[in-house]
Design a protein around this ligand. Structure first.
Ligand code: HEM
Length: 141
């Protein structure tokens, strides 16, 4: 092998690089059928109320106010809500698509996940990724 060949270094995945002051990246291997592309396709073919986890006649999310007490009730893998920047999302259908793993995303179950979300990936567009899962907005009490 050529000792000057650095091609191995060049193909080293970015997940092994660390940035001072930033948490170490740790993506998980997603189950088959759970890639970001699969998530996009599920969103296209699934009725919105199913993704939101609400009855079909519940008004659109901008008209729904969710109290913190209500948010707290949805904290299991079968029924999981979180709020990010004041918007409440039903993340139940997304949990197994999360590139950071189920255990990580469940840390924001039933509560405001904004700080955790921003700590790990402020560049991710949650509004876009979870737009069909939006239940409502946090009620100002
Ligand atoms: C609630 C909505 C969330 C969404 C939509 C979301 C989405 C994503 C996406 C798209 C990635 C891949 C990022 C990339 O490739 O650059 C990712 C990675 C990751 N997420 Fe999340 N996430 C959420 C919540 C969380 C929470 C609450 C945590 C931690 C407690 C977390 C921890 C991580 C970690 C550790 C990774 C892998 C790290 C990395 O690639 O740097 N995520 N998430």
């Amino acid at each position: 092998m050529d000792p000057n060949d650095t091609s191995k270094d060049r193909i080293r995945p970015s997940s092994s690089l660390s940035v001072p002051g930033k948490p170490q990246r740790k993506k998980v291997v997603l189950e088959p059928g759970h890639s970001p592309l699969d998530w996009a396709s599920l969103n296209q073919k699934t009725p919105k109320h199913i993704l939101r986890g609400v009855a079909p006649d519940v008004p659109p999310p901008q008209y729904v106010r969710v109290t913190k007490d209500e948010l707290k009730k949805h904290k299991t893998k079968d029924d999981c809500w979180t709020s990010i920047n004041g918007k409440v999302f039903n993340i139940t259908p997304y949990i197994h698509f999360h590139p950071g793993g189920v255990d990580e995303i469940m840390k924001c179950a039933g509560r405001d996940g904004t700080a955790l979300f921003n700590k790990y990936h402020s560049w991710v567009n949650a509004d876009r990724m979870l737009e069909n899962c939006m239940v409502g907005v946090i009620a100002r009490t």
